[in-house]
Design a protein around this ligand. Structure first.
Ligand SMILES: Nc1ncnc2c1ncn2[C@@H]1O[C@H](COP(=O)(O)OP(=O)(O)O)[C@@H](O)[C@H]1O
Ligand SMILES: [Mg+2]
Length: 252
């Protein structure tokens, strides 16, 4: 900090920086919303066509329809990520707390990635204590778990394994996703948690789609619960990500 700059000027600069950051968050939230509405129409009508007109289309045309739907879902997920992240940055995504079972979180998230894992011949296994209940926001827990799982599927080569555990130890309740994938160096781990950052010098990562918000969102949502996201990884040796909630969130 330059001691020659008067405090009033520093304050003005800080105010300006905060104003710009706020404007950015609002712009992103507004734009994402504007993009989502037409996208929902595209998805809805393409699906309607698939149901009603499929019989009149030749196989190639049916393929095009599948591509439209696939691409639109992908775009929807990207936009949702940007919207979620801007809401989190602006502190406008409060927790809605209720009793939740980590086993249900894990099972709901597994359902979303199972198909993709199967198509890559990745063996998915899990163990979750069905009696373990926490006070948390179940939607956000699901999102954390889904983001971690989708990374595990994405960054694991065909024939690999993914293991999910939900339980508790002396430090509190946790969900852990471990994969046999490409892994990350210590430097990569730091970068990967920053928004819009990917381990781009890994050709396997570069080939996979994504804009680098999954981990930052999972981290921010975990921290919103007062918890921590812990990443253990080494290049070529797989990755273990643990979402840990404070022990005080454990319900009897
Ligand atoms: N399970 C994992 N194994 C290896 N690398 C990972 C894993 N999870 C995340 N990464 C790295 O961290 C980066 C950031 O992850 P994320 O924020 O989810 O972004 P995205 O999935 O859009 O690339 C990824 O691009 C990848 O380089
Ligand atoms: Mg991701």
């Amino acid at each position: 900090m330059n001691a020659d700059i008067p405090e009033t000027a520093l304050r003005a600069m800080l105010d300006e920086a905060l104003r710009v950051n706020n404007a950015k968050s609002e712009f992103l939230a507004h734009t994402s919303h504007e993009l989502r509405t037409p996208l929902n129409a595209i998805i809805g009508f393409a699906e309607l066509l698939q149901i009603k007109a499929s019989g009149r289309l030749d196989p190639r045309e049916r393929g095009y329809l599948d591509d439209i739907i696939q691409a639109a879902f992908h775009l929807q997920a990207v936009i949702q990520g940007i919207l979620d992240f801007s809401r989190l940055e602006a502190g406008k995504w409060p927790l809605v707390e209720e009793p939740a079972r980590l086993a249900e979180t894990v099972e709901a998230s597994l359902r979303l990635v199972r198909k993709q894992a199967e198509s890559k011949r990745i063996a998915l296994s899990h163990r979750a204590d069905p009696a373990l209940r926490v006070l948390a926001d179940p939607t956000k827990l699901r999102q954390i778990c889904t983001n971690l799982l989708s990374n595990a599927v994405k960054f694991t080569k065909p024939g690999g394994t993914i293991r999910v555990d939900a339980g508790e130890d002396a430090d509190g309740p946790y969900i852990r996703v471990a994969d046999s994938g490409v892994g990350m160096s210590a430097e990569d781990i730091v970068r990967a948690q920053k928004p819009y950052m990917r381990v781009a010098d890994n050709p396997f990562v570069a080939r996979e789609s994504g804009i680098g918000l999954g981990l930052p969102i999972a981290k921010a949502l975990t921290e919103l619960h007062g918890g921590t996201l812990e990443i253990q990884s080494a290049p070529g040796e797989g990755t273990r990500v643990t979402m840990r909630l404070p022990a005080t969130r454990r319900l009897a």
